[in-house]
Design a protein around this ligand. Structure first.
Ligand code: COA
Length: 196
């Protein structure tokens, strides 16, 4: 399903740069998403903890449905990373707390798309959406301490390292420590002003 078909406005589709859009998940995306996961299983397994609960298209359908429900409830916003209108990964704003004005960004992309700044630019777009459209005060990225590529994304967009959360995630057969990076709304506004 392509970008044009999703172009319903608002957060449903976000143009990141030419050839790269974020498209809010829609029922019916599970087959294409499953195919990308299948092609990238060993690579994703290094850092993503959900591969064993995503073994079938049916399980991916539950993920897509929960994404559609999450958008309706406002508790999360998940977008397909669309490279030339094809699903190439996922980026999301999770655990949205209206009360505390905070949320977390999560992401992954297909191995073949690494190294082109797609996720860095997509994160910038989601930060803008979170701070401007959702009026959040703080956005966090958590990455395994040894996941250098993911930590580099957080650092590239100007997030600050708050600290290390010990043994915060179970990764199949061991716990991993997570580096917690955050950006405050006022810091983001200041960085935008500096760019102008
Ligand atoms: C984490 C992950 C998304 C990082 O991918 P990535 O390609 O390093 O990140 P980006 O798409 O932002 O690209 C940045 C790279 O492109 C390069 N680049 C090229 N053009 C660029 C541009 N216009 N802007 C920024 N970077 C650019 C950067 O130098 C960097 O390359 P380097 O690591 O060799 O220095 C990817 O490795 C992944 O999906 N891993 C598996 C799942 C995972 O770990 N998810 C995160 C869990 S917390």
């Amino acid at each position: 399903m392509g970008f044009k078909a999703r172009a319903a406005g608002g957060a449903r589709s976000i143009a990141v740069r030419p050839g790269l859009q974020l498209g809010m998940f829609e029922v019916g995306d599970s087959r294409e998403l499953f195919a990308v996961v299948e092609r990238n299983r060993p690579y994703l397994r290094e850092w993503m903890p959900w591969l064993d609960i995503s073994k079938t298209e049916e399980e991916l359908r539950s993920f897509v449905q929960s994404s559609v429900d999450g958008y309706a409830s406002g508790l999360c916003c998940r977008w397909a990373l669309l490279v030339e209108e094809k699903i190439a990964g996922v980026i999301s704003l999770e655990d949205v707390s209206v009360m505390h004005g905070r949320a977390k960004i999560g992401y992954w992309q297909a191995k073949k798309h690494q190294g082109r700044g797609f996720i860095t630019d997509a994160v910038r777009s989601v930060l803008r959406y979170g701070f401007e459209e959702r009026n959040l005060n703080l956005i966090e990225i958590r990455a395994a301490v040894e996941n250098r590529k993911s930590r580099a994304v957080a650092e590239r967009v100007g997030m600050k390292l708050d600290g290390v959360l010990r043994q915060r995630e179970w990764l199949y057969d061991h716990y991993v420590d997570l580096a917690s990076y955050t950006l405050l709304s006022k810091e983001w506004r200041e960085s935008i002003l500096q760019e102008d």
